[in-house]
Every structure is written in structure tokens, then in C-alpha cells.
Design a protein around this ligand. Structure first.
Ligand SMILES: Cc1ncc(COP(=O)(O)O)c(C=O)c1O
Length: 326
């Protein structure tokens, strides 16, 4: 890969010295937020396009069509801008203004679905139908379909390889947020295929997401979680899982910001809260890695907005004040 796309991946692994306030185990952050498009989704975006190109499924005149309201849309918008491909992103009314503007700045066309599907009753179903309609009406169009595309998890073999290389192959725990389960599946498959039995994966999902059998309910923080079980998921990819609430995500984000000066997105806050929940079970001296999926700037109007936080959770700032961090 050339140009800006050549900078995707090989993100730093940073030792977090302050977040825990103790050193029973070693905590590292895989800083996927430093990918050029701002998230871990740069990896599958490029991998899905490059593999489709090599397989002859797309060419210079193809229109890429994807349903995404977040980071994959931005990753594809970046890759399509560099490769000179047309990109239509099907999003909905819940897509944040900032994400829409980032995609548009890269040159993506936004196709906004405003009404839930009349038969199924959800915006997700309406978006999927809209993608089908566009694929049928635009000749030479292509849908990556991140929920079922094997190149989504395959992109994360490299994520896992990089983490292992950074720690001399000695990783005891990997905490990873889940949505399409591309990251979980890719990291788990890599570990299994290369005999890394020592490494345990802790999946971190949202309360109200159905991946691990929770009952669906409205969620405030985008990124992690899913309303239908993704085709990429298999039970047992994870060694354990933790469900985190929206408040857990907010608290984890602010604790990360106050202790380490890292401005990260909502799922990263969830991952950090999950580590706090399990910290007493993690053995002394073990190496524990948290994947920090995206940048915090995309959450300035929510997680990092005092008014939004107090409207949804009340007075919670004491949960991340320095005294609570000790
Ligand atoms: C911020 C964030 N965290 C976590 C995830 C989950 O990653 P995956 O789709 O690989 O399960 C996503 C997916 O879009 C995301 O955008």
C-alpha cells in the first residue's frame, strides 16, 4: 500500500503506568486511535477493498456501498479517497454530525435513512434494504458487508501479531470491544492457529447488545455492541466476557483521560472499566493489553460534554476525580 494507507497498522503499544494506581500486573494500551483515520476500522476497510480488488470484484470505476454510521464508514471514506473510488455510505438519523462531516470531507456521499423499516421496525433493517436497493440500481457497485466479510477478521491477524511482537510473545490477557466481532474473531483465530494457549481474550460488550445473549435495549454510546448476532461470531472465541453500561464507558474514558492524558472513544472507556472490574482476578506480573479502538474527538458532544453527561447520568464527575483514582 502507498501514501496515507501505508501508515495503517503498526500502532504503538503503550505501557500505562498510572491508570490502575498499582502494579500488580502490567497494563498496556494498543493505540488503534493513532491509525490515520482515527480508529481500528482503518485495518478492515483497506483489507476488504484490497482483497476485492485482487479478486477482480472491484475496479477503478466501482462504487463502494456500505451501511455504517461510524468508524468503518470513515475508514472506507479515507481509503476510497486515496484510491479514487466512489463511496456511498448508508447511515441513519443516529449517525453523529461529526462522523457525517468527516466522511463528507473525504468525499463520501451520505445516503441517510430516516424511517425504520415498516416490516421489521428498525433503522438497521431499513439501512440494509437501502444498501440492497442501491446495489441493484447502480451498475458496478460493491458492498464490503463488514458483518460477514472474512477479510474483516483477517485484518486483525496482523493486530494480534503486532501485540505479541511488542511483548516478546508474552500476552496473558487481551481486552477487546465487540460489534461485528471482526477484532475478536481475528485475534482469537490468530492465537489458535499459532498455538498461543497462554493468551486469554476477554470480550467487552455493551449491556443491551445481543452478542452474548443480553436482552436488547437502547444504548447511548456507539461503536461496540450489536442488535443482531454477527455472522462472524462463534461462541468460545472469547475466554470470558464482560458487559459494560454506558456509564462504565463514560467513567472509563474520563479515568483514562485524567490518569494518562489519553482522549479515547466510548468503547475504549468500556474496555478500561472492564479491566477495573476484573483487576482482582488478574495474576501478579501478568501482561494485560487493552485495545483502544478510536479517538475521543468524535465524542466531544457526548462523553466529554459535561451537560450531556449530567443529563444522562446525573452528578457522576466524582467517579473520576483524582481521589477516586487512587
Ligand atoms: C469504537 C469501536 N469500538 C469497537 C468496535 C468493535 O469492533 P468489531 O467490529 O471488530 O467487533 C467498533 C466497531 O466498529 C468501534 O467502532
Amino acid at each position: 500500500m502507498n501514501g496515507i494507507l501505508s501508515l495503517i497498522g503498526h500502532t504503538p503499544l503503550l505501557k500505562l503506568e498510572r491508570f490502575l494506581g498499582h502494579e500488580h500486573f502490567n497494563l498496556y494500551a494498543k493505540l488503534e486511535l493513532l491509525n490515520p483515520g482515527g480508529s481500528i476500522k482503518d485495518r478492515p476497510a483497506v483489507q476488504m477493498l484490497m482483497e476485492a480488488w485482487q479478486a477482480g470484484e472491484i475496479n477503478q470505476d466501482t462504487t463502494i456501498i456500505e451501511s455504517s454510521s461510524g468508524n468503518l464508514g470513515i475508514g472506507l471514506a479515507q481509503a476510497c479517497a486515496y484510491l479514487g473510488l466512489k463511496f456511498i455510505c448508508v447511515a441513519d438519523a443516529r449517525t453523529t454530525k461529526v462522523n457525517c462531516r468527516i466522511m463528507q470531507a473525504y468525499g463520501a456521499v451520505l445516503d441517510l435513512v430516516t424511517e425504520p423499516d415498516p416490516e421489521v421496525g428498525t433503522l438497521l433493517a431499513a439501512r440494509i434494504k437501502r444498501v440492497q436497493h442501491l446495489l441493484e440500481s447502480i451498475s458496478n457497485s460493491f458492498n464490503c458487508n463488514q458483518y460477514a466479510n472474512r477479510n474483516n477478521p483477517l485484518a486483525h491477524h496482523q493486530t494480534m501479531r503486532e501485540i505479541l511482537e511488542s511483548l516478546d510473545q508474552r500476552v496473558d490477557y487481551l481486552f477487546c470491544a465487540t460489534s461485528t466481532c471482526g477484532t475478536l474473531r481475528g485475534c482469537a483465530d490468530y492465537l489458535a492457529q499459532h498455538g498461543f494457549e497462554r493468551t486469554k481474550i476477554i470480550a467487552v460488550d455493551a449491556e443491551g447488545s445481543v452478542i452474548f445473549g443480553d436482552k436488547t435495549k437502547p444504548r447511548l454510546i456507539p461503536g461496540h455492541g450489536a442488535g443482531v448476532v454477527p455472522a462472524l461470531f462463534r461462541p468460545g472465541l472469547e475466554d470470558d466476557y464482560v458487559l459494560v453500561s454506558d456509564l462504565d464507558c463514560v467513567v472509563g474514558c474520563h479515568r483514562l483521560l485524567h490518569s494518562e492524558a489519553i482522549l479515547a472513544g466510548g468503547s475504549s472507556g468500556g474496555v478500561m472499566s472492564a479491566i477495573l472490574k476484573l483487576q482482582d482476578q488478574l495474576p501478579q506480573g501478568s501482561n494485560c493489553v487493552a485495545i483502544i479502538c478510536d479517538r475521543g474527538e468524535r465524542y466531544l458532544d457526548t462523553i466529554y460534554d459535561d451537560v450531556w453527561v449530567s443529563e444522562h447520568f446525573g452528578d457522576v464527575a466524582h467517579l473520576w476525580q483524582p481521589s477516586a483514582l487512587m
